[in-house]
Design a protein around this ligand. Sequence first.
Ligand code: PMV
Length: 312
Amino acid sequence: MNQVGKGLASGKIILMGEHAVVYGKPAIALPFKQAMIETNIIKTENATEIDCIYFQGKLEQAPLVLDGIKNLIVNTLKFLERPNFGLSITIHSNLPAQRGLGSSAAVSVSIVRALFDVFEVTLQDFDLKDLVAHAERIHHINPSGLDVNVIAAGQAVLFQRDHAIQALNVAMDAILVVADTGSMGKTREAVKRVNTLFKKNPERISKGLERLETLTLDTLNFLSNNDIQGLGKSMSEAQQILSQFDISNPQLDTLITTALEAGALGAKITGSGMGGCMIALCSDVETSTTVSKALRQAGAKDLWTLDLKDVK
Ligand code: PMV
């Protein structure tokens, strides 16, 4: 057994198809390696302890917000047939939590990887996804599984419930600017909100979901044909639909309008919405610099750029 176990995981960005993916439609997501989670685990003689931004202390005394993680650790140790091991678990993150960048799934993936590492057990992809999916069901109602799949794969994917995931080669001459509103996204609430609208007006919402499906499938073509104009237009149309689903908010709207006025080809929410992050597609580095500056002035709390030429 290793004395120290280590597990890494990146965040994720949903390029197209959030919310629709909950209803069985396809979605495209990219790994977001600018922000990572690292879990380190040391074997101890004492009760298992955890050190993360929310809590430092005995795992059994961890607050409600860590219920998913607590469950994940207990289940993983059971799976590994080491249920009573004393461990010191430290989680470092530069991935902001609850911003639509996949932090909850990334924390879970890094913990499972670190636990398997400390016990020197080979981790199968299927077991990783299964253990993490269980924790995700505690965080969210009815998670589609998109976050777990893209983060576990560590590469761009086309994901659809009950279908094999498809790895994508993204090599587009464009830069994606990611901006954080600084307010927390609300995945549970946003998914519930869309569901309530769906029940109230199934025809209208189904139409929106179908259009999002078409935009996602179009995006596959745009990615393979390096069609940045097409992708930009589709992103903005997707944003209109997501706004009709009532999951945008004034902060997101301001950042999206600002990015478009500063020269972005398209802009939209990424993730659940109701806070969190937006993404803007820019044709080159110069435009992405102008867009980033404008977004900062308009109140973005954090900014990153992702070169779509080289998504690995
Ligand atoms: O905001 P996030 O990172 O939790 O992403 C949510 C994506 C949704 O499609 C809204 C929900 C899901 O389960 O796929």
